[in-house]
Ligand binder design. Structure first.
Ligand SMILES: [Zn+2]
Length: 201
């Protein structure tokens, strides 16, 4: 998930299930790359998965993002990373938290449940540079996953943090913010979306 514009090179799908992934080869995939529409598969926790997750954290920071999902770096894996910094109105100390305490890694995440009436908030995406539009999401989510060390954990989050988890989880099912924006929000972003589509041709 992304708050402001940025740039990254587009490239084809990099992953072959028989290969070990070189974390240094990963690149941010831009819409309309087909990998962004795939349903991701759970992964077996290995040193390579750990190295990829660590590289994704670095890439997220470099791109000034608050979340990054594996298909966004070309991998159809159930994996995403997040770090929503504390800010005015966002804290890692509240229950549930609305900000991260540092980089968070979610390997094979599952949504345990959501709570509350869906609320709108403007969202961006590192795979859709410059696009920004309102998306409705439930305010609170509970998610279960393995952490960077392969240990299971469960976490409930709200505010921008909960929204970020839901945005990143959507990527693992091939869903983009474009699918959740209404016609008005899509019209506002029409020029940017069209230029991304043209670039890819
Ligand atoms: Zn995104």
């Amino acid at each position: 998930m992304h708050a402001r514009g940025g740039s990254a090179a587009a490239s084809g799908t990099l992953y072959d299930a028989t290969m070990t992934v070189d974390p240094a080869s990963l690149k941010i995939q831009l819409y309309p790359a087909s990998i962004l529409r795939e349903r991701c598969e759970p992964v077996t926790y290995t040193d390579n998965v750990r190295a990829v997750a660590q590289r994704m954290v670095e890439m997220m920071y470099k791109a000034d993002g608050v979340g990054l999902a594996a298909p966004q770096v070309g991998l159809p894996w159930m994996l995403f990373v997040a770090d929503v910094p504390e800010d005015e109105g966002r804290s890692s100390e509240t229950t549930p938290p609305s900000a991260s305490r540092g980089a968070e890694v979610f390997i094979n995440p599952e949504i345990v449940g959501t709570a509350g009436i869906p609320e709108p908030m403007a969202e961006g995406c590192l795979s859709l540079p410059g696009v920004l539009g309102e998306v409705f999401r439930p305010p609170t989510v509970t998610i279960r996953a393995l952490d960077l060390e392969g240990n299971p954990f469960e976490r409930t989050a709200t505010g921008l943090l909960g929204r970020c988890y839901l945005h990143e989880y959507d990527h693992l099912t091939g869903v983009l913010i474009l699918d959740k924006m209404d016609d008005r929000e899509l019209r506002k972003n029409k020029t940017l979306i069209s230029s991304l589509e043209r670039r890819a041709k």
